[in-house]
Write a protein that binds this ligand. Structure first.
Ligand code: HAM
Length: 415
């Protein structure tokens, strides 16, 4: 028997309804904020991610699903931002659209060690605003993320924000960290010894106690920031305060992707355990230029859908609240019921029937399991009288309804 690959998930119909309501809610909110949908390939040139996320990042080093084909190397996308930027540049949207706000949903792939909330195929709901450096956009994105979580019925999360500053400031911070840690190198955890050389900023958000102890001793006072970046961050915070978005300033937040500059943020939820980030994002003002595009600043974030669902309290159950279930008793009735089924559907009434030839009792049980709103029973008796028996599954009441009045009765009956 074949089994699914570790770190992938089958989303069966019961769970799929939860996905649908989450995606519907997200679409509604994105549209309120005037974000427009973009749908992109799940496979891109691997080099796009090397260049965007950074050669030394964990994702590029260890987690890419690569496909070699002749001289080409493709990758299953590990995240959505690089593809959106590639599409913006390739389609010259700077010329036709200028500033544009996108949203997307879809599967992402990372070859990680699977555990709770950490999958090899997972889904993002994300958005990117390309073409504006206005700090009001950073605040809009964070407040949009906050609003989405509320709409999803999720509470108890924490929004942490920080600024990395511009590219020069990031370098100043890296130099400062290397200097501060140089005498204590031996005390860093094994991974951080490598990070020290390749990507020293990541030492800041290491979860290992050995590294954390050293990091705590470093005085991080935002001294690496230039005046512009300091002012910019103050502006972002002022907007967030005005919008009454609750957040925490976390000077240790750096994020695992190299493209970030200035504002970064992460949203964590205690219900998730070790992998506690439900979503994250930030500004990437240099990425478009670095990928050969126009010099346009940009900002965005993404939620992990599986993690959202792990903490969503209002798990929606299957509710076929408008389903009409037809039960035909006998061959002649079956012929009639197939026609009636068709008429119902053509009149926008969700309808189904018993395809397993169950007894009346069995078919009623099936209707009950499907949480049908009404059951229609047609047997010889009903055929002779040109009626159907209509049972309201909620109240349990039953009546005979004339065949030619049935559609009107079902369309108008919204009870
Ligand atoms: P990220 O932090 O790598 O950011 O991923 C965003 C979210 O995806 C995480 O907070 C987490 O909820 C979820 N996630 C990540 N990896 C996994 C996994 N292996 N299994 C399950 N869920 C996972 C980005 O990808 C950026 N592109 C976000 C962004 C958009 N920044 C700017 N624009």
């Amino acid at each position: 028997m074949f089994k699914k690959i570790a770190g992938t998930k089958d989303i069966l119909p019961l769970e799929a309804t939860q996905w649908q309501s989450l995606e519907d809610a997200a679409r509604k909110i994105f549209e309120l904020y005037n974000y427009r949908q973009i749908r992109l390939p799940a496979i891109e040139e691997a080099a796009l991610f090397d260049r965007s996320l950074g050669d030394s990042t964990e994702i590029v080093q260890k987690q890419m699903f690569l496909i070699k084909h002749g001289a080409d190397v493709f990758a299953l996308r590990p995240e959505g931002t690089a593809g959106v930027v590639r599409a913006y540049i390739e389609n010259q949207l700077d010329k036709t659209e200028g500033f544009i706000k996108f949203y997307y949903t879809g599967p992402m792939f990372r070859l990680e060690r699977p555990q709770k909330g950490r999958l090899r195929q997972f889904s993002h709901i994300g958005c990117e605003a390309i073409g504006s450096a206005d700090p009001a956009i950073d605040a809009e994105l964070i407040s949009l993320a906050d609003c989405l979580l509320t709409e999803f019925g999720i509470s108890g999360y924490k929004i942490k924000i920080n600024t990395l500053g511009c590219a020069k400031d990031k370098k100043a911070l890296a130099d400062f960290l290397r200097k501060s840690l140089s005498k204590e190198l031996g005390k860093l955890c094994a991974d951080c010894k490598i990070r020290y050389k390749k990507n020293v900023l990541r030492v800041l958000d290491c979860k290992e106690e050995a590294s954390r102890r050293l990091v705590r001793a470093i005085k991080l006072d935002q001294g690496h920031l230039c005046a512009d970046c300091r002012d910019n961050f103050l502006e972002v915070r002022r907007y967030l305060d005005n919008l009454k978005v609750g957040y925490e300033f976390d000077p240790l937040l750096v994020r695992g992707l190299d493209y970030y500059t200035r504002t970064v943020f992460e949203i964590s939820h205690p219900g998730l355990g070790a992998q506690d980030a439900v979503g994250a994002g930030g500004r990437y003002d240099n990425l478009l230029k670095e990928l050969g595009g126009p010099d346009q600043p940009a900002c965005g974030f993404a939620f992990g859908v599986e993690r959202l669902l792990l903490v969503a309290s209002q798990k929606s159950e299957v509710t076929n609240k408008d389903l009409v279930f037809l039960i035909a008793l006998g061959d002649k009735a079956k012929q009639e019921s197939v026609k009636l089924l068709d008429a119902l559907r053509k009149n926008n009434i969700s309808a189904d029937t018993d395809y397993e030839n169950k007894s009346l009792k069995g078919a009623m049980r099936r209707a009950n399991d499907l949480k049908a709103k009404f059951v229609l029973i047609i047997g010889d008796d009903e055929l002779n009288k040109n009626v159907v028996t209509l049972k309201d599954m909620q109240s349990g009441s039953q009546e005979e309804v004339k065949m030619d009045g049935l559609l009107g009765r079902l369309i108008n009956n919204d009870t």
